[in-house]
Structure formats: structure tokens, C-alpha cells
Design a protein around this ligand. Structure first.
Ligand code: TXA
Ligand code: MG
Length: 323
């Protein structure tokens, strides 16, 4: 059941359902989330069940204001407040030591918790009206593509769920996750909020975590994956791969790729923000057409493209090279 998120009645209905321990899909600027009242263990359990997600994978709690941080986290360092002031509401999740009363159902048994203020006016209005925190992973089935539209959510999770339609997600890939729970601040998941921007605010270089897979429990190799096999390669390799292939779709960003002959050519922007915004919609659409495979022209390797590369790598899963 898709409802316009800009409509106050839809927000009121969502608040009622969430208070009653039901799930509601919510728009955010990154991807759509599958939300439940973070203070109700039985509601949290419904998220795991609905997504078929292993309960070893912790959830992010969404809040309306940084003043709520201390409801969920303890030992909040000054750097966390600096990042919050600079980037919230926005595509950033902070990992902090959890407050003592916070349920370990949310944190998958860990002593840390992920927190985020999303930058979407309807969801901020919902969070304000709701008052508490909303646990929300991406609103897709476990290991499948994240949704960037209300329709994507409906296709993945069914139409009995209340889905607030806030339009296509403006960032398009999941938030940057920053671990502030130790003195060595690291980036656990790259996102469109870049390492350079984070480092500039903190006045020192913040690295990507080398142990992100360990610190981000439940991360699976096959994450964000379309069902169609996907391969990332440079333009020359792509041309070669297409010479003896049929029924192959291509996602490309360069003008040179326009001349390729393939079953379907999907052009994305040569600019990383616009590319990221449209990437999941392209993968959802191509995946529905049952091509033999999807070949993706490898984007540039600069830092601005880091998060896009990480998602493409994940979408390629255990099949990183073609043939
Ligand atoms: O942009 C986003 O972050 C979206 C929107 C809906 O807010 N949410 C999202 O949630 O991507 P999810 O559950 O699909 O991904 C959250 C990631 C998971 O990989 C999880 O392991 C990690 O965050 N995570 C959550 N809590 C954590 C914690 N306490 N320590 C380390 N990693 C954590
Ligand atoms: Mg997810």
C-alpha cells in the first residue's frame, strides 16, 4: 500500500502503525528503509523476519535530532558531535558505544549501535511526530538490491506493507558508516559522503577500515546483488566481451560506450553523484529483463567514485571477472 509521504494523514497513519509495533517502509535520501519502533523487541523481530535477514546483522537507528544521541549511545566523543553538526541530516551513520538500556536485538548482540538522522523532509516529520528512534535497514530482501523508489519496495516486500512514497532517493546508495566507538575513527562502509569531507571536518585523515567486514557484522559478500550475473570491466574488455555475446546489457558512463552494440545500453552520468543516484534503478530495471548478464563499464578510480566501486564490486558478488 503506497501512500504519498507528503500527506499528513499518511504520516499520522505511519505513526499509529509504528507505535502498534508494525513495520512501515520510509523514504530517505540514501535508500528506502524498512522501519520499526526501535524500543520494541517484537517490532524489531518483524524486520528480520520480513527481510529474511540473519539476526547477526545489526540495525541502524534513525533519530530526528542529535539531542537524542544520548538516548541510544554512551561515551559520545567530541568528534561524533562535530560530524553530526557538519553532516546531519545526511547520508552518514555513526557507530558509537550503545547506551546501557538499548536492546541487543537491535545491535545483534554487540556493544555498539549505528545512528543516523536522514535528510528527507517527510521522514524527519515522521520521526518528530513519532518521538522515538526508528530501526531501519534498507527495505529489500536479504542479499538483494536496495530500493530507491516506493515501487522497488513494493516489488520486493509486497503491497500489504504501508510504504511512504517520498519520491526517488536523492543520494541513491547507502550511507557512509563511520566507527566512532574507538579512538581510531575509521570508515566501515563508503558512501557518497567522502573520506575527504569527513577528514576535513575532523582535521586529520580518516582511513577506510581494513577490518570492515569484521566490524560490520552480517556483511555478506553477495550484498546489493541483482539476480543477473554482473561483471565490471574497462571499455576495451567490454568491447571484446561483446564480440561473441548476445542478450547482454551494458551500463556505461562514457560517450565512447555509446557505439557499443549490445541488447540494451543503459547510459549513466559521467559525474559520480548523478551516477550513484541512478545506479540501483538501472540495476533493478535491467535485472527484471532477464539478460544473460549485465556488463558494467568500470568508472574512474578516484575517491569520488569509491562508494560506487564498492557497490559495483558487491553487485558482481563472487564473479568479478568475465569468462
Ligand atoms: O543509508 C542507509 O544507511 C540505509 C537507510 C535506510 O538509512 N540503511 C541501511 O541499513 O543501509 P542496512 O541495515 O541495510 O545496512 C546497515 C549496515 C549493515 O551492514 C550493518 O552490519 C551495519 O550497518 N551496522 C549496523 N549497526 C552496526 C554496528 N553497531 N556496528 C557495525 N556495523 C553496524
Ligand atoms: Mg541493506
Amino acid at each position: 500500500m503506497i501512500r504519498d509521504a507528503a500527506c499528513p494523514e499518511a504520516i499520522a497513519l505511519a505513526v499509529d502503525r509504528l507505535k502498534a509495533g508494525e513495520l512501515v517502509a520510509i523514504p530517505t535520501e540514501t535508500v528506502y528503509g524498512l522501519a520499526a519502533d526501535a524500543s520494541q523487541d517484537s517490532a524489531i523481530a518483524k524486520i528480520y523476519a520480513r527481510k529474511a535477514r540473519p539476526d547477526t546483522n545489526p540495525l541502524i537507528v534513525h533519530i530526528a535530532s542529535a539531542s537524542q544521541l544520548s538516548d541510544w549511545a554512551s561515551h559520545i566523543p567530541a568528534s561524533a558531535y562535530q560530524l553530526a553538526a557538519a553532516f546531519w541530516p545526511g547520508p552518514m551513520t555513526l557507530i558509537l558505544a550503545k547506551a546501557s538500556g538499548v536492546s541487543t536485538r537491535l545491535t545483534a548482540g554487540q556493544e555498539t549501535i549505528g545512528l543516523r538522522i536522514p535528510a528527507h523532509s517527510a521522514t524527519l516529520a515522521l520521526l518528530q511526530a513519532f518521538g522515538g528512534g526508528l530501526a531501519a535497514p534498507s527495505a529489500n530482501l536479504f542479499t538483494q538490491l536496495s530500493p530507491t523508489t516506493a515501487k522497488h519496495v513494493e516489488q520486493a516486500l509486497g503491497d500489504d506493507l504501508l510504504i511512504l512514497d517520498g519520491g526517488p532517493a536523492q543520494i541513491g546508495i547507502e550511507s557512509t558508516i563511520i566507527d566512532c566507538s574507538t579512538d581510531q575513527i575509521t570508515i566501515l562502509r563508503p558512501g557518497m559522503l567522502s573520506a575527504a569531507a569527513i577528514s576535513a571536518v575532523l582535521g586529520r585523515t580518516i582511513p577506510y577500515s581494513l577490518t570492515a567486514e569484521l566490524k560490520r557484522p552480517g556483511q555478506h559478500w553477495l550484498h546489493y546483488a541483482p539476480r543477473t550475473p554482473l561483471y565490471v570491466m574497462n571499455l576495451n574488455a567490454l568491447k571484446e566481451a561483446l564480440t561473441d555475446a548476445s542478450n547482454v546489457a551494458v551500463i556505461a558512463y562514457s560517450k565512447e560506450a555509446w557505439a557499443l552494440s549490445c541488447a540494451k545500453l543503459w547510459s549513466l552520468s559521467p559525474e559520480p553523484d548523478a551516477y550513484a543516484r541512478e545506479l540501483y534503478a538501472a540495476l533493478h530495471a535491467l535485472d527484471a529483463e532477464h539478460f544473460q548478464c549485465i556488463l558494467v563499464e568500470s568508472p574512474p578510480l578516484s575517491d569520488a567514485w569509491h562508494a560506487v566501486h564498492e557497490r559495483l564490486h558487491k553487485a558482481a558478488g563472487s564473479t568479478p571477472s568475465y569468462k
